[in-house]
Write a protein that binds this ligand. Structure first.
Ligand code: MGD
Ligand code: MGD
Ligand code: SF4
Ligand code: MO
Length: 732
């Protein structure tokens, strides 16, 4: 028996924790946090610890599958699957044009393989299609759209390590490892920060794990974030708490903003959001008066109706409070595996023409490309809408449309109406079961990995990323199980390109302010290794990948340090906080009723939440990480349960204007009354509703993509959904 311990990167979510895997006779047996990692400091969550079991899981797909005429799937060698798929794609594209081919990349496409995105994009481009979709546009697309409308500051936002105040609006980084607190051991990072005096402010209708540690927690009605942020801005502007020097140097549109927030007096907003007026005013004063620091929002407010406007107001809040680093400051997290970036105390003016409604057009709802990508919430209708250009072939990679897209019934109908659905997956997921072909992939421990994915986070939005230039590379550590036929994800797109005779050109990702690196043609005859591909996507990086490879447990690459440069001579760019379209939207919100109209048919609001042991739909079937809880409970306040005559474990029907699902209720005193708080992406289609206690319920079914959607991004309500809760017979 040979037992070894190897450092590696956990790829079970986007956080990329630095972990140690114990390998016995070539099989992973345990995964633990690496206590020596200066950033992650030994952290490893239950998903990470279960990684060895997932690699060995009896539910894992070890062979690609093809659906036969009887609707059943049977194993097919992956090379043969690629031959057949290429042939079918060739016919579809020849007959209907390149636009009939779309790709969808979900969370595991990026988490599992750092170079996957570059190959998928290259493939789609080579095929002449611009129909590339990803989960970004059913997440927080307003972040990128708002940044295009406001402009970007070329110096980083105040790093968490230097913040003395942080405002979190509807995010829960202690569970989600997402924005607001660095994803590198957020629990300890927060504890340290609170010790040095950080003031934590949280706005969330639930007293979340993060809210419990806040100095001030506002617990409003969901969906009132626009009004709340407008009230905060109003107090700050009226009381002269803005950073006057920063505004004078770098910001425009303040007068328009001042006029637009005028109707949002703390008194009026307190009524509509159902919070105390004093708390609103105190929050504004704490945020503005105790800088530096940043304000960040998460999925909650983004999915509650106004993704772009919420994010725009947050950018305005950060801008008028000057929450950016200045000339001479040391940059906390300069790129490692990306090209060097120039940081300056200077604004890049808005690019409103690239915010939304540009480029490739959808054939439904007047939507088009956005700064966050093509609107995924409209893809099901795009597939279903007859006419020239209809999408007929979809390659879905590391995502799970049936579980995760809003409006599940429509999604299922769309998947079933495709001429060709290919699902690249590790399991027979809800989407895989509808697919013509399922491509079985390697487990992350069977592939090299690198922290390029994590570096994208700091570019993603204000308040994301970590506090040091951390990079790690890991080789593949184990072989796939004997007898299996699995491939690295990217090889599927490469294999199709070879068969279709198209040339792939790999582009290292570049951001505004980074040095642009030219694309490189891939050798289409001799298949490159994943390591060679990694070298291609990191070409020109500030730290050469080979240097990172020399530190198998990862390292901080802070030498030489990077500083913020002064503004260029004559540069005139300004952040715009008074965009016309946004101010008009704000006007519409001001006109809304100050107290929501009671909807007798739908008296509750369903709000989203995440749980520590699963990532969206990933892991809902893995007993090793569920702790015996095989459903996603419908959490209600104990008083609401009592009023409905319900006890924990009872079955209810939850019905929106669109559809209904079953749910198993649980008491949760951290909620406001009138809410149903549930995790998304559990369960399956209606045919399996009877198994709610074994597989959970799918809240995506409650969203309607064509009613009450945000007009810039097409994002429908995925939180703050009006629902009714009806008790069903108690189990005998
Ligand atoms: N109602 C509601 N809906 C939501 C949300 C919400 O809060 N509420 N959240 C939204 C958000 S933020 C997002 S990002 C989307 C997520 O949307 P998706 O990314 O589409 O959904 P996931 O469940 O993350 O899909 C992951 C898929 O990858 C597969 N997989 C697991 N391991 C591997 C692997 O190693 N390699 C590969 N290739 N595949 C693997 C899984 O089996 C699964 O099919 O959902 C959105 N949907
Ligand atoms: N363990 C785990 N980690 C994950 C994921 C996972 O599924 N599991 N998913 C990953 C993904 S894809 C993403 S995008 C990130 C998301 O990361 P976050 O955005 O932090 O997501 P949540 O943890 O769901 O936190 C959303 C919070 O918003 C609150 N909320 C709901 N509606 C409203 C509203 O209208 N207004 C306000 N102010 N708050 C509201 C909810 O109560 C909840 O506490 O997490 C990532 N990390
Ligand atoms: S937080 Fe994410 S990366 Fe870290 S151990 Fe858990 S699943 Fe892995
Ligand atoms: Mo997400």
């Amino acid at each position: 028996m040979s037992k070894v311990r190897r450092p590696t990167i956990c790829r079970a979510c986007h956080a990329g924790c630095s972990v140690v895997v114990e390998i016995e006779d070539g099989r992973p047996v345990s995964v633990q946090g690496d206590p020596d990692s200066p950033l992650y400091r030994g952290f490893c969550c239950v998903k990470g610890r279960n990684m060895a079991a997932v690699q060995q899981s009896p539910r894992r797909l070890l062979h690609s599958q093809k659906r036969g005429a009887d609707g059943r799937h049977a194993p097919i060698p992956v090379e043969q699957a690629m031959d057949e798929i290429a042939e079918r794609l060739r016919r579809i594209v020849d007959e209907h044009g390149p636009r009939s081919l779309a790709t969808y990349s979900g969370t595991m496409a990026t988490n599992a393989g750092a170079a996957n995105g570059a190959v998928t994009s290259a493939f789609l481009k080579a095929m002449g299609s611009r129909m590339g979709f990803n989960s970004n546009t059913i997440d927080q697309p307003g972040k990128m759209v708002a940044a295009a409308l406001c402009g970007r500051f070329m110096a980083p936002p105040t790093p968490f390590s230097e913040a003395s105040v942080v405002l979190l609006v509807g995010c829960n980084p202690l569970v989600a490892m997402s924005g607001g607190i660095p994803h590198t051991n957020p629990g300890r990072t927060l504890t340290d920060a609170l010790r040095r005096g950080l003031r934590l402010l949280v706005i969330d209708p639930r007293r979340s794990e993060t809210a419990r540690r806040a100095h001030l927690h506002l617990q409003p009605r969901p969906g009132e974030d626009v009004a709340i942020l407008a009230a905060l801005l109003r107090v700050i502007l009226e009381e002269g708490l803005a950073d006057r020097a920063f505004v004078e140097a770098h910001v425009s549109g303040v007068d328009a903003l001042r006029a637009a927030v005028e109707p949002f007096t703390p008194e009026r907003v307190a009524v509509r959001a159902d919070v105390a007026t004093d708390d609103l005013v105190r929050l504004a004063r704490l945020f503005a008066g105790h800088g530096p620091g940043v304000a960040t929002a998460g999925t909650g407010p983004n999915m509650s109706g106004h993704t772009t406007l919420v994010e725009y107001l947050l950018l305005a809040l950060n801008a008028i409070c000057g929450r950016f680093q200045r000339s001479g400051d040391r940059v906390a997290e300069p790129p490692c595996l990306r090209a060097p970036q120039v940081f300056k105390e200077q604004a890049m003016p808005p690019m409103a023409e690239y915010a939304y409604g540009f480029g490739e057009r959808m054939r439904v709802r007047g939507l088009a490309n956005t700064a966050a990508g093509m609107p995924t919430a409209a893809l099901a209708d795009e597939i279903l809408e007859p006419g020239p250009g209809r999408v007929r072939a979809l390659i879905s990679h590391g995502g799970n449309p049936v579980a995760a897209w809003p409006d599940q019934l429509k999604t299922i109908e769309a998947m079933e109406s495709l001429d060709l659905l290919v699902q690249i997956d590790a399991k027979m997921s809800a989407t895989a079961r509808l697919a013509d072909y399922v491509i079985a992939v390697r487990h992350p421990l069977e592939m090299p990995g690198m922290t390029l994915t994590q570096e994208y986070l700091s570019d993603y939005a204000v308040g994301f990323g970590t506090t040091a230039p951390w990079a790690q590379y890991t080789p593949a550590l184990v072989e796939p199980p004997p007898g299996s036929d699995v491939i690295d994800d990217w090889r599927f797109f490469y294999g199709l390109a070879q068969r279709l005779g198209v040339q792939l050109v790999i582009k290292p990702v570049s951001f505004s302010g980074t040095v642009r690196v030219p694309g490189q043609t891939m050798d289409m005859i001799e298949e490159p290794t994943t390591d060679a591909l990694f070298d291609m996507v990191t070409r020109g990086s500030r730290v050469p990948l080979d240097e990172v490879r020399r530190h198998p447990a990862g390292a901080v690459f802070d030498d030489p340090p990077v500083f913020v440069a002064p503004k260029d001579e004559g540069a005139s760019g300004r952040l715009d906080v008074g965009n016309d379209v946004m101010m008009a939207e704000l006007g519409r919100v001001a006109q809304e009723e100050t107290t929501p109209v009671a909807d007798a048919a739908h008296p509750f609001r369903l709000v989203s939440r995440r749980q520590p042991n699963v990532l969206n739909s990933v892991g809902c079937d893995e007993p090793g990480q569920l702790g015996g809880r095989t459903t996603n409970p419908a959490h209600l306040h104990p008083d609401d349960l009592a009023a409905l005559g319900l006890a924990e474990g009872d079955l209810v029907e939850i019905r929106s204007g669109r559809a209904g699902i079953l749910g198993v209720v649980a008491a949760d005193a951290t909620l406001r009354r009138g809410l149903v708080s549930m995790t998304h992406s559990w369960g399956d289609g209606p045919s399996r509703d009877g198994e709610v206690r074994e597989i959970g319920a799918n809240t995506g079914r409650l969203s309607a993509v064509d009613v009450d959607y945000e007009r810039f991004t097409g994002l429908p309500r995925m939180s703050n959904i009006p629902v009714d809760v009806r008790p069903l017979a108690r189990p005998s």
